[in-house]
Ligand binder design. Structure first.
Ligand SMILES: Cc1cc2nc3c(=O)[nH]c(=O)nc-3n(C[C@H](O)[C@H](O)[C@H](O)COP(=O)(O)OP(=O)(O)OC[C@H]3O[C@@H](n4cnc5c(N)ncnc54)[C@H](O)[C@@H]3O)c2cc1C
Length: 478
């Protein structure tokens, strides 16, 4: 946008949301130059922070009339550059839409605005013995709107399903400013599953302003185990065998030695830093059956040479264990100035192969790579450590990331388990889908957004565009 256009737009936005809801100074905008994927950066020209659906609709209508594309943003914890303002210089932040509009305990559902932080939903219903299950490790910051856009998972989605399985309906502002209600508060609705289309669309079909979420009862009893293995291969073989035995744990997470070292230094839980890998396994359900389940899981881990299998003694120890796991990414900051979290998925029986492959790729590119992931569903998160001041190393991180994703596809998996395509993986989408598949997806998107006004330049591969942008972060920031 020219500076004149920006100034005009700014005045019009101030008229809708007030001056405190419009940011345009370089210092303010610098906060919004990237999400959790920091290899690429771009500043918006304006950030607008509406407080209600009415204000979002008025802002979007204004953008529509002015021919200005926009990018929605929640908390900016995304890990694939989804809210990077590349082709849309107007950013619409939902962080001030934080109301829980309704809690319906008997029907186990809740209506939350898009900017409500994930963890706040479970907090709001805990006293009723209910919870909102999807629990991304970023749940203390990420928003319901961002979760819906990314169809986010989390440690406990292995047994209970990801965001789409807990989403009953959405209030959506279409790219022309119209407000529609999709889905319903009841379990089964007629017609096309349009809520399903919005979930995982990464903001390319409009802005979610509120959502009706399904709540689940808290499990009657929970046991959390820590299984310590000498090698990653033993740990991943145990993962496969647990699931093959017909056991569906509530969560089944793995951390390798690199990550354990960082986590132990940060939180001092008492992990052995000489172990090859640790598994955190949680089983839940009626108290009566839990001892047998725990025994079965323990035996499988021991069959795979577990050095020890320890059961969390009480809620405090369980909470400390989960704190270590959920804050593992943050602890990685101790290991290197920068890191890039990759996200792929393989059939869980192929975990040993993909982890061996990741090790080879790291060695070939002279990179240190740690692994912390939702092992139970085969969702891998290799963490590539680097220093962004070393442009050669940045280039090697990008190349290694692409090789890891290609390996996931070769092993029968996919290029994202839960972090979405964003800008990071647009090129990789072609590894999974052919031109005809992509054409159908573009047509679906066009039904909602015929002029590509909502988060343009994301998800779909463009000829050459994303390759060109894949340059070192320091250059990209210039
Ligand atoms: C430490 C850490 C741990 C993480 N752990 C997990 C994990 O366990 N599981 C997992 O799935 N992810 C995880 N993530 C990734 C990230 O937290 C999720 O993708 C999350 O859902 C993003 O939410 P957000 O509010 O930060 O969205 P943002 O990053 O702000 O946006 C993400 C995408 O959603 C779009 N968007 C945001 N709000 C809306 C809206 N209201 N309407 C339409 N589109 C919108 C944006 O345009 C963008 O494309 C983790 C990230 C970090 C940093």
């Amino acid at each position: 946008m020219s500076s004149l256009e920006t100034a005009r737009l700014r005045d019009a936005l101030v008229a809708i949301v007030g001056a405190e809801g419009v940011l345009s100074s370089p210092a303010d905008l610098s906060v919004y130059e990237c999400d959790g994927y920091t290899l690429e950066r771009a500043q918006p020209d304006i950030v607008v922070l509406p407080r209600s659906t009415r204000e979002v609709a008025a802002v979007v209508r204004l953008a529509w009339d002015a021919g200005v594309p926009f990018v929605p943003r929640g908390a900016g914890t995304g890990l694939s550059g989804g809210c990077l303002p590349l082709e849309a210089k107007l950013m619409i932040g939902l962080s001030r839409m934080r109301q829980i509009r309704a809690i319906d305990v008997p029907n186990r559902r809740l209506v939350a605005e898009a900017g409500v932080v994930n963890a706040a939903v479970s907090r709001a219903v805990r006293s009723h013995g209910l919870q909102y299950v999807p629990d991304p490790s970023s749940q203390s910051a990420c928003t319901i709107g961002g979760n819906i856009a990314e169809n986010s998972g989390g440690p406990h989605t292995l047994k209970y399903g990801v965001t789409t399985n807990h989403l009953l309906g959405v209030e959506l502002v279409l790219p022309d400013g119209a407000v529609v209600e999709l889905g319903d508060a009841i379990e089964h609705t007629l017609g096309y599953d349009l809520t399903g289309v919005v979930c995982g669309a990464e903001g390319t079909v409009g802005i979610v302003t509120a959502a009706t979420l399904r709540l689940e009862p808290m499990p009657a009893a929970v046991t959390t185990l820590l299984s310590i293995h000498e090698t990653v291969a033993d740990a991943t073989a145990a993962v496969s065998d647990v699931i093959a035995a017909g056991i569906v744990p509530a969560a089944l997470e793995m951390m390798d030695r690199t990550i354990v070292e960082a986590v132990e230094a940060a939180f001092g839980f008492g992990f052995p830093t000489d172990a090859g890998a640790v598994l955190i396994i949680e089983v839940d359900g009626p108290a009566a059956g839990l001892a047998a389940l725990t025994a079965a899981v323990t035996e499988i881990c021991r069959n795979h040479r577990a050095r020890s299998v320890r059961v969390a003694a009480d809620d405090a120890e369980r909470a400390a264990l989960w704190k270590s796991r959920k804050r593992a990414f943050g602890a990685v900051g101790r290991l290197a100035p920068n890191y890039c979290t990759q996200d792929g998925v393989v059939p869980r029986t192929r975990l040993p192969e993909i982890l061996a492959e990741i090790e080879c790729i790291g060695a070939r590119h002279r990179l240190r790579i740690g692994n912390v992931f939702h092992a139970g569903d085969g969702n891998i998160h290799p963490i590539l450590l680097y220093d962004e001041r070393d442009e050669g190393e940045v280039a090697r991180v990008i190349a290694a990331g692409r090789e890891i994703l290609a390996a996931c596809v070769r092993l029968g998996g996919s290029v994202t388990g839960e972090h979405g395509i964003g800008v990071e993986k647009m090129q990789e989408l072609g590894l999974i889908f052919g031109p005809d598949d992509l054409a159908v997806m573009r047509q679906v998107r066009a039904v909602f957004d015929p002029d590509s006004r909502a988060n343009p330049g994301k998800i779909f591969p463009t000829s050459g565009g994303c390759v060109e942008r894949r340059r070192p972060a320091r250059q990209a920031a210039l």
